[in-house]
Design a protein around this ligand. Sequence first.
Ligand SMILES: *[C@@H]1O[C@H](CO)[C@@H](O)[C@H](O)[C@H]1NC(C)=O
Ligand SMILES: *[C@@H]1O[C@H](CO)[C@@H](O)[C@H](O)[C@H]1NC(C)=O
Length: 510
Amino acid sequence: MASVPAAVYVILLCFCVTETVLSDKTRNVLILLADDGGFEIGAYLNKICQTPNIDALAQRSVIFNNAFTSVSSCSPRALLSERPSYEIPEGPCTWLSISFDERSIQVVVDGCCSSIIGKKHVGPASVYKFDYEQTEENNHINQVGRNITHIKLLAREFLANAKKDDKPFFLYVGFHDPHRCGHTEPQYGPFCERFGSGEEGMGHIPDWQPWYYQWDEIQLPYFVQDTEPARRDIAAQYTTISRLDQGVALVLKELEAAGHLDDTLVIYTSDNGIPFPSGRTNFYDPGLREPLIIASPLPNARRNQASGALVSLLDIMPTVLDWYGIKEQVEWESNDVWESDKPKSLLSILEKEPPYSDDEAVFASQTHHEITMYYPMRAIRTRRYKLIHNLNYGMPFPIDQDLYVSPTFQDILNRTRSKQPIPWYKTLKQYYYRPQWEFYDIRQDPAETNNLHGKPSLEQTEAELRERLLRWQRDSRDPWLCSPDAVMESGADDAVCRSLDNGLLHYHPR
Ligand SMILES: *[C@@H]1O[C@H](CO)[C@@H](O)[C@H](O)[C@H]1NC(C)=O
Ligand SMILES: *[C@@H]1O[C@H](CO)[C@@H](O)[C@H](O)[C@H]1NC(C)=O
């Protein structure tokens, strides 16, 4: 990492939020983030998993059907910053930034009171700093992330403080549900679905009414094998989602009680795909695609409508800036030349569906999940196609600790070892060993099983996607820009890729 010129990343933090900019009417933001949450939501047409409260929020929101994270790994950064993730995690799934400044929502929204309740999981502290912090850094994660009664009381306290200060606020509630906990607290079940359930020894969460599901009645996603252990795993996940759903209701009730329902932009989303094979840590759609529900209190806002716009969670920060009216105040250092495919505000979509376009694209970049899980990938996804670049494709795809111990993965391992059939859409070997380039026609092949890389009739389409991905990497200052066939050397104001002649095709110009 030492070879990365730090100066390239230094961005002027010159944001002056003035009273006039924040306008006559107070404008607040509430972000509700699920941890490893997916589409087990009524509003996203799951018929079994009951989420009446998220559904009620969706009824006064725009429901995005094509929202994607930019990193499939515990990525609050994907939505608290507009920079893609090129950092190094420290320990399982925690973040250590390489030595460059980046801006984050809290810095930008300096001058209003900001708060985080729940899972923080992002650094450095100097950038991701909130006025009010109740996180795993000063509490047990289960209390601030899963105990919805406790979360409710914290939200109440913060909102009362904000009222005293009479300033706009930014409240970020990072639920830890429905994250797995089988690797750390197996006594509570694979998804911590027994924590606070009121059963013997599990403690009690007064505001939670747990909902239980039959393993043979769940809605099985296509990327999970159809076996009893996997189905039981999903039933447990649904129970944990009932806690998340009721937690969302409690926080929204606090917002209403504080008198802020009509001046607060409410955003519900998740950080990455569900913790099942092909989900979290993967760049297949089950890993990248996210629920995104945005409720605007403005009178002309769309309500209970779906948007087909292709959007990225990197767009959340520009959206929030736009909401606070500070879009124009942001000044970038002149050598930060992000010319194409930049993150954009979604506020206009909350009023009017943009015209359909085949040109839109979203991007993803990932390097690690846990510290040992070095598996850099870059991807571009348009409405029709996805191109994934697996930079270190010779290695087996890494498996994280909590997926490893999950009933679903253990079932795949057991069956593979004992040569029993797995009613699954892949084999373990295919899952582990991936080619350097994966190119899918999502419209024809939504499960992403038919790799079209190198197919003559699509050569030009693939080349265009590769060019656009490289341009995005270059513009967003990706240190892996030249990998794995070249070394990046820095020129005066641009990176140069010098071929390694290591037998791989050299795609980079110069
Ligand atoms: C959840 O929080 C409430 C309020 O702080 C507390 O009374 C309760 O014991 C907590 N439940 C668990 C399971 O920790
Ligand atoms: C996998 O095999 C181990 C060892 O035989 C067993 O303990 C475990 O219950 C099995 N798990 C699943 C999900 O089949």
